[in-house]
Write a protein that binds this ligand. Structure first.
Ligand SMILES: Nc1ncnc2c1ncn2[C@@H]1O[C@H](COP(=O)(O)OP(=O)(O)OP(=O)(O)O)[C@@H](O)[C@H]1O
Ligand SMILES: [Mg+2]
Length: 657
């Protein structure tokens, strides 16, 4: 299952502005090294990061990212001079065998800023066609052929190797390496899970207390339910009774009405009305009587009244004439005498005489009037006014009132005659009163039951909630209990087996691993017969070296450079032991080594590290001399150099020399 990186594309990634395509396929199986030279800061480590990032995305663990938030890291890696909205992208094409068939995979990871946020997208093509399934499940897919936990065995930089060179770091490297390789990390996780489960087991006692609490709560809930049902039934009964009573009441009211009950109810009112009408009638009649006692009867004799008035006037005139007569006689005689003494026109005298004669005759006529009334005519004027206007009007009004009131009295009397006997209604009245009483009681009962229901129901709800909470707790409890029981049943067995498995697997692989590390170390150290055995303790993973004289040599007694070589040997051994033919990417591991040890690495490690080795170096590390040594194994070579005018590093074919 060989895997080969074919091409990597960098777009606005770190120091690489614009698009940069690098061919990586080794031209033959002998020319395994892809050598990439660049001065400090030119972008070598950036390339190593790019490879890890493109494969593992947010799961990648490279030094530069450290504890930085993934999206912040992505943002920081967009080239400073590029438009962050255009963003950055990485592409990697590789081929490998899957299920016996070679396939070509091209993964495209791109991201760009949107406002304050960042959007990342991944697209995977399989044999040139977009594969949505692999795209969606990329992390699972990549885990299958380069598990992230062993990735560090293939992607490593020089600084890390220096760190591994410390004793406890070597042990740590071995522990994680061996665990990752053998899948023992899973075994460890299983043991931890078992312990967690055991801890849960201790909660069982508590669970028994809970059970008692639940039983008590269940009983209480049931009691409240019974109470609620009881109250509800009582309320239903009361409502039923009320309905029945109301029907009875309607029937009774109907009977009562038919029996004249309504009139009976109004009897006092009718009596009062009658009394008042009678009183009014009496008053009207009284007033009429008063009128009759006064001048009213005169209204019956208007002609006589008129004649009497005439007579009175005549009498008054006669009286006046009587008084005047003698005086006027004297005056007339005097007048005529006077006229006789004077030379009066006889015609005028005759006319005067005739006039006086006529006046006397008229007076004589009046004096004949018989005087028997002796009343002032003025009395008649007063009488006539009073009668024609007031008396007549009030008499009319009073008579109308009397008539109307008499009708009222009659009507009341008619009604009163229709009022039934109180005794005849007594039966119904008593029944009606009883029914009303019962209705009031029923309504009161319904209200009381409603209030009682609210109260009991609230209590029931409260208890139900308590019980529900207890159930929830119990369900979780039961669940873990079941899990505990099930797992504990197998726990001893499983743990025993796991331990046996771990020791057996470690031992079996340790032997192979010890041999591989020893072989690597011997090749790199090139001190003949210096170390001839390496042992790793299966429990502590400490590494012990043995000299040819069977002397124990602890790694601390090695020189710093030797320890670095040992670390490389451990990594190399682990990667070989993993049995996975994956490309190796090695970022400048030579800085701390002297010429001799550099030479050893150049001669014995690089071209053998894998079937494809991407080697990143400065001109000082792989210098002219080492370059010449490596040359036969170099498949492709590039020179990364920063170009000021482009504000970017560019990748050109050909190494420094
Ligand atoms: N987003 C970015 N845009 C432009 N330049 C960047 C960006 N991020 C990092 N750089 C620059 O890229 C360079 C980092 O390069 P890198 O670490 O890959 O160098 P190197 O070749 O590994 O150097 P050395 O030999 O010292 O290990 C630094 O100069 C850094 O300032
Ligand atoms: Mg670097």
């Amino acid at each position: 299952m060989i895997m080969i990186f074919e091409e990597i594309v960098l777009y606005n990634f770190g120091i690489y502005k614009g698009r940069h395509v690098i061919e990586l396929t080794p031209p033959s199986s002998q020319e395994t090294i892809i050598l990439m030279g660049g001065l400090n800061g030119s972008g070598k480590t950036t390339l190593l990061e790019a490879l890890q990032l493109i494969l593992y995305g947010k799961l990648s663990k490279h030094t530069n990212r450290a504890s930085m938030n993934y999206l912040d890291y992505l943002r920081r890696m967009i080239n400073y001079h590029a438009d962050p909205h255009k963003g950055a992208a990485l592409e990697l094409q590789f081929r490998h065998f899957k299920d016996g068939k070679e396939e070509s995979i091209r993964i495209h990871r791109l991201w760009h800023s949107i406002g304050k946020g960042l959007k990342e997208r991944v697209e995977v093509k399989r044999n040139g066609v977009l594969d949505t399934v692999i795209t969606e499940h990329w992390y699972e897919y990549v885990e299958e052929f380069i598990p992230s936990r062993i990735a560090s065995l293939f992607f490593f930089d020089g600084e890390k190797i220096e760190a591994f060179a410390e004793q406890h770091k070597t042990t740590e490297l071995l522990r994680t390496g061996i665990h990752a390789l053998l899948g023992l990390d899973l075994v460890n996780r299983l043991s931890t899970d078992l312990l967690t489960v055991e801890r849960k087991h201790k909660t069982q006692i508590q669970s028994q207390q809970d059970r008692a609490k639940i039983t008590a709560l269940e009983k209480e809930v049931k009691e409240f339910e019974t109470q609620v049902n009881h109250v509800v039934q009582q309320k239903i009964d009361a409502v039923q009774l009320l309905k029945q009573l109301k029907n009875e009441q309607d029937q009774l009211k109907e009977d009562y009405r038919r029996e004249g009950g309504e009139l009976f109810d109004q009897r006092e009112q009718i009596e009062a009305q009658s009394k008042m009408a009678k009183q009014k009638l009496y008053q009207a009649e009284e007033q009429l009587r008063e009128l009759a006692a006064g001048e009213a009867p005169l209204l019956l004799i208007p002609d006589l009244l008129r004649d009497t008035e005439k007579q009175a006037i005549l009498e008054q005139e006669a009286k006046m004439n009587r008084t005047l007569d003698e005086k006027l006689e004297e005056r007339d005689a005097t007048l005529l005498q006077l006229l006789g003494q004077h030379d009066t026109n006889s015609a005028a005298l005759t006319a005067i005489q005739t006039f006086l004669e006529a006046d006397k005759t008229e007076r004589q006529q009046s004096l004949k009037t018989e005087c028997y009334l002796n009343i002032e005519p003025a009395h008649f004027i007063r009488l006539q006014e009073a009668f024609l206007t007031q008396t007549q009007a009030s008499a009319k009004t009073l008579m109308a009132l009397a008539e109307q009131t008499a009708d009222e009295v009659n009507s009341c009397e008619r009604k009163m005659s229709g009022i039934p006997d109180p005794e005849s209604l007594e039966g119904i009245t008593v029944k009606l009163e009883n029914t009303q009483l019962q209705i009031n009681q029923a309504q009161f009962l319904i209200e009381a039951k409603e209030q009682e229901y609210q109260l009991v129901y609230k209590r029931l709800e409260h208890k139900q909630e308590e019980l529900r909470q207890a159930y929830d707790a119990k369900t979780q409890e039961q669940f873990s209990e079941e899990l505990t029981n099930r797992l504990l049943k197998h726990s001893d067995k499983v743990r025993g087996t796991l331990e046996k498995f771990r020791i057996a697997a470690t031992k079996k692989h340790l032997e192979q691993l010890e041999a591989l590390i020893l072989e690597s170390f011997q090749q790199l150290i090139r001190k003949d017969n210096f170390i001839n055995d390496i042992q790793i303790d299966p429990d502590s993973y400490t590494l012990t070296l043995y000299t040819s004289a069977q002397d124990v040599l602890s790694p601390e007694s090695l020189s710093a450079g030797e320890r670095q070589l040992l670390a490389i040997s451990v990594l190399w051994g682990l990667s070989r032991a993993s049995g996975r033919p994956l490309p190796a990417i090695i970022d400048t591991p030579l800085s701390r080594l002297d010429g001799k040890h550099r030479q050893n690495l150049v001669d014995h490690y690089f071209h053998k590290a894998s079937h494809q080795v991407i080697l990143l170096s400065t001109d000082e590390e792989i210098n002219k001399k080492y370059y010449r040594h490596l040359k036969p194994a170099i498949g492709r070579e590039y020179h990364i150099l920063y170009e000021d005018d482009k504000q970017s590093s560019v990748i050109k074919p050909g190494y420094f020399f």
